[in-house]
Design a protein around this ligand. Structure first.
Ligand SMILES: Cc1cc2nc3c(=O)[nH]c(=O)nc-3n(C[C@H](O)[C@H](O)[C@H](O)COP(=O)(O)OP(=O)(O)OC[C@H]3O[C@@H](n4cnc5c(N)ncnc54)[C@H](O)[C@@H]3O)c2cc1C
Ligand SMILES: *[C@@H]1O[C@H](CO)[C@@H](O)[C@H](O)[C@H]1NC(C)=O
Ligand SMILES: *[C@@H]1O[C@H](CO)[C@@H](O)[C@H](O)[C@H]1NC(C)=O
Ligand SMILES: *[C@@H]1O[C@H](CO)[C@@H](O)[C@H](O)[C@H]1NC(C)=O
Ligand SMILES: *[C@@H]1O[C@H](CO)[C@@H](O)[C@H](O)[C@H]1NC(C)=O
Ligand SMILES: *[C@@H]1O[C@H](CO)[C@@H](O)[C@H](O)[C@H]1NC(C)=O
Ligand SMILES: *[C@@H]1O[C@H](CO)[C@@H](O)[C@H](O)[C@H]1NC(C)=O
Length: 621
């Protein structure tokens, strides 16, 4: 019934779409936060100064990370930026407010301060401009600073943006002409052997407590010392408490324990009314439910994330990489690709039932397959993957590069081992576009449905090959890192229900660098959408992960939130009645015609020049 209502809702939206488009007045009325530099509502310098005092001097002028290169590419500062531009660990990038991990969200229209990913020191010309970055940001470290910032933007009707690491694939952490709240420096981290959530009677054991800015690597390193595991993702610099921990959060421990949102026990948040609140299932069950999966930047500013840890066990890994001796010109007709994808699909249910997670990356000329089992039984993975490993080892047409089992005693050792294989998961410092789908368990049950999955995947790779997806041309990824054994029967999280009972998270993406024109970038995104189409056809009413989806997705409410959208929206309206928190294709989104989303269009423009433009721009000599 609910699904029905949702699709009717989607149909209705598509019908009223053009009407909304035609009437600018209706559109601008949808947000209360529209003040632009130069408008009379915009604070005077004196008001900015007073505000700065109210946040204890934490107001800062943005300098794009790449700015030193536009000033002098031989400077030490520029050399450091260039050396780390595409570094897979990402910690250098995320130490700046003035960057996003994917280049997509730093530029707007022709305004940008990008470097060429493949040759960062070459061809730097023009003026370094802010693009989507805010001219000012608050380097917030306390609840008081957050509350003062929320009060100030409300008084002046200024748009707010919240940035943690800048990993978001929809650019939800940067909005041109917003005042940015940067939570990166909230770095507290602690371990509680026992913990009782406020207002609850049940004591929990092994609880992690982290500030909003803590990144995966900091957390798994800290908790490994306590002999505990934390359910992080594949990349060291992704934050835990922001988009990841409020939107889903899948990783190598997913089949064992579920998503990050499944581990959540309690949050400290500042709500739109400026109040610091401690929320959990006992005190604020609605808001807590919504913030466990309903997405970042929607309900409140999160300050601390408290979550279930798990006693550490060894990480057992099977890692396989091979080049094809001959690169096929038509992937749909490549028996090697077909046989490997089929083998994964056939084994998938059994692997999932036994807590095996995995990452598989396919290119026309190369295959990476990594299967992972967190377990004290260091032989179990070998038993579960024996046939698969034998099959790969003997498959004709492959130049095997790596083919090994390893047992890593700690999580940091596991990530060091896995990095060369999983690096493909997310190159940093490039432009990335994706389209994805969550594939339910039922589609792995019969030979016919398995054939259909294999066909859909090869079709996606072939579409990407034919249409072109930049450096990602012909690629496809199959992850099984979701909550295959955690169905959240008690409905304690607001996360997309398509996650539950899903075994695959399939992604077709593309990669561009500064050299590609805006038309080419747009075309790469379109390719990704085309490539995932057969999986959409196989999963009517299904969905994809809001953090790793198609930015062009039209049916975004159903796709990213499923039948939880209405409840999520109701809670949003209750806790954020003025729409202070707003982000792209998030619950309660104001829509593409909201001028603050113009940067998502090719012709996008930063509406006006920030007041203190002279402080923010540097022209290459
Ligand atoms: C290279 C790469 C690898 C990835 N790998 C994985 C993976 O393995 N598993 C997985 O699940 N996902 C993965 N992701 C997706 C990731 O979950 C999202 O990019 C997510 O948005 C990152 O959250 P963040 O807080 O680090 O990033 P940000 O871009 O800083 O923030 C994301 C969103 O959360 C909001 N937000 C941030 N902090 C707060 C806060 N304190 N309070 C309220 N709102 C906040 C922001 O406004 C924004 O809307 C990956 C992404 C990349 C780029
Ligand atoms: C805010 O105040 C601090 C401390 O006085 C100062 O260093 C900083 O430059 C000020 N920010 C702005 C934008 O002027
Ligand atoms: C990436 O950064 C890490 C951490 O700073 C560093 O150890 C590593 O050498 C860098 N890698 C490259 C290829 O520069
Ligand atoms: C999967 O992992 C969970 C958490 O450690 C454990 O309770 C469960 O027994 C495991 N399942 C199997 C089949 O080993
Ligand atoms: C695999 O193929 C790629 C592309 O042709 C090539 O660059 C790489 O060197 C090959 N790797 C090995 C180990 O042969
Ligand atoms: C690729 O192979 C498929 C399946 O045989 C076929 O339908 C398709 O037309 C081929 N594409 C090209 C470009 O040859
Ligand atoms: C796993 O894949 C291998 C290789 O295709 C196959 O021999 C084996 O039967 C599969 N296992 C299951 C449980 O389907």
């Amino acid at each position: 019934m609910f699904v029905q209502t949702q699709s009717d809702f989607a149909k209705m939206r598509s019908l009223i779409g053009p009407v909304v488009l035609a009437s600018a007045a209706v559109v601008s009325a949808s947000s209360n936060y529209t003040c632009l530099p130069g408008d009379s509502c915009w604070p005077t310098l004196e008001q900015w100064t007073t505000f700065n005092e109210s946040v204890a001097g934490a107001l800062k002028v943005t300098h794009p990370m790449e700015e030193p290169c536009y000033a002098d590419s031989s400077s030490e500062a520029c050399q450091a930026v260039a050396a780390a531009y595409t570094n897979l660990t990402g910690a250098y990038r995320t130490s700046f407010y003035g960057e996003t991990v994917n280049l997509n969200w730093e530029y707007c229209g022709n305004d940008q301060c990008l470097l060429e990913s493949l040759a960062p020191l070459e061809g730097i010309s023009g003026t370094c401009k802010l693009g989507r970055l805010s001219a000012y940001y608050v380097d917030a470290q306390t609840a008081d600073q957050v509350a003062a910032t929320l009060k100030f933007v409300q008084e002046h009707s200024i748009r707010l943006s919240i940035k943690n690491t800048g990993h978001d694939y929809f650019g939800r952490s940067t909005t041109a002409n917003s005042l940015a709240l940067w939570v990166h420096n909230m770095q507290d981290i602690s371990y509680a052997e026992t913990f009782t959530p406020e207002g609850c009677s049940t004591e929990r054991e092994n609880v992690g407590i982290i500030g909003a800015g803590v990144e995966a690597a900091t957390a798994y390193t800290f908790f490994a010392d306590k002999k505990m595991h934390v359910t992080v993702g594949a990349v060291a610099s992704v934050g835990i408490a922001g988009g990841f921990g409020q939107g889903g959060g899948h990783g190598a421990l997913g089949p064992s324990y579920g998503l990050m949102v499944d581990q959540a026990i309690e949050f400290d948040v500042v709500t739109a009314d400026g109040e610091l609140q401690t929320i959990n299932e006992c005190t604020d069950s609605d808001l807590f439910w919504a913030m466990r999966g309903g997405g970042g930047s929607t309900y409140a500013v999160l300050l601390n994330y408290k979550f279930q840890l798990h006693p550490a066990v060894p990480m057992n890994v099977f890692a396989f990489t091979a080049n094809l001796t001959e690169t096929p010109t038509n992937i749909s007709e490549s028996t090697i690709h077909r046989d490997i994808v089929a083998a994964i699909a056939k084994n998938q249910t059994q692997w999932a039932n036994n807590n095996v997670s995995g990452y598989n990356f396919f290119l026309p000329y190369n295959i990476i397959s990594v299967q992972i089992l967190p377990s004290a039984d260091t032989e179990a993975l070998k038993t579960l993957t024996k046939d698969y490993a034998n099959f790969l080892s003997n498959l004709p047409g492959l130049d095997i590069i790596a083919n090994e089992y390893a047992t890593l005693d700690t999580y940091p050792e596991y990530t060091a081992f896995a990095l060369p294989f999983l690096g493909t998961n997310g190159p940093l410092g490039v432009g990335i576009t994706e389209a994805a789908r969550l594939i339910p368990r039922t589609l792995f049950e019969t030979d016919d449905s398995v054939d259909a999955l294999v066909e859909a995947f090869l079709y996606g790779m072939q579409t990407s090959l034919e249409e072109g997806a930049g450096l990602g041309t012909g690629s496809g990824q199959i992850y099984h890192t979701g909550p295959s054994n955690n169905n959240d029967e008690s409905d304690s999280t607001g996360v997309n229900p398509a996650w539950r009972g899903s075994l695959w998270h399939v992604i077709h993406g593309g990669i561009w660098t500064k050299a590609e024109s805006q038309e080419e970038r747009a075309q790469i995104q379109t390719t990704a959408g085309h490539a995932i189409q057969k999986f959409k056809d196989l999963t009517p009413g299904g969905g994809s992960y809001l953090n790793e989806g198609d930015v062009n997705e039209e049916d975004w409410q159903q796709t990213f939130f499923g039948d939880k959208y209405d409840r999520l929206l109701g809670i949003k309206q209750k806790y954020d009645p003025t729409g202070l928190f707003n982000c792209f294709k998030c619950v309660g989104w104001t829509g593409a015609e909201d001028p603050f989303y113009s940067c998502y269009k090719q012709e996008g423009q930063v509406p006006t020049i920030p007041l203190d433009a002279s402080q923010n721009t540097v022209t290459a000599s």
